[in-house]
Design a binder for this molecule. Structure first.
Ligand SMILES: [Zn+2]
Length: 185
């Protein structure tokens, strides 16, 4: 019986929706639009704003490892990550390769409220982006960080994690998201 966890999670969602007026949720058209490239100056400004909101969100919920510009109603190609106490700003990112090897993970998204879903994605990716000095960076990412980056990148394409859910896996979040592990596909 998961009724109590559903009530707890729904109350937290209500608190978040009230506390973060900039957040947009599925059903808002901004989350379905492809973003436009940002100038470096714009990208830095947007990135800093995303970082400060994400840090505040983490303080409130204990979770939250990434945030993309459309999620706060900005139609530009910028997202940020917050992992191991380190923040990164990615401006105009482009995934240039993806591994054949895939894995599964139950993904949560603050734009999807209280629901999560199991999604299959490549284990390793290469991405290029502009950093805050305007320099082009190219790096390979694998494991959880690759997963996180692909989730945020999808927001820039107007795609939500629930769009890519494995059949019959969309569920209320009733266990600790931080305990989720990548599973081989
Ligand atoms: Zn998301």
């Amino acid at each position: 019986m998961n009724r109590i966890q559903v009530i707890k999670r729904t109350k937290l969602f209500l608190e978040i929706a009230e506390k973060f007026p900039d957040f947009r949720y599925l059903g808002d058209s901004i989350l379905r639009k492809k973003t436009k490239p940002a100038t470096i100056k714009e990208g830095i400004k947007i990135g800093k704003r995303l970082v400060s909101i994400l840090i505040e969100y983490r303080k409130t919920t204990g979770i939250g490892r990434g945030l993309a510009a459309p999620q706060i109603n900005i139609p530009k190609s910028v997202f940020v990550t917050y992992l191991d106490n380190e923040v990164q700003i990615y401006i105009n990112p482009k995934i240039i390769s993806k591994s054949k090897k895939l894995n599964y993970f139950r993904e949560l998204c603050l734009s999807c409220g209280t629901m999560w879903a199991d999604i299959k994605r490549p284990d390793t990716i290469s991405m290029q982006w502009k950093d805050k000095t305007g320099k082009t960076q190219i790096r390979e990412f694998s494991g959880f960080v690759a997963r996180l980056i692909q989730h945020e990148y999808d927001h820039l394409l107007g795609i939500s994690n629930l769009d890519e859910a494995e059949a019959k896996t969309i569920e209320f979040v009733t266990s600790d998201p931080l305990q989720e592990k990548l599973r081989p596909a």
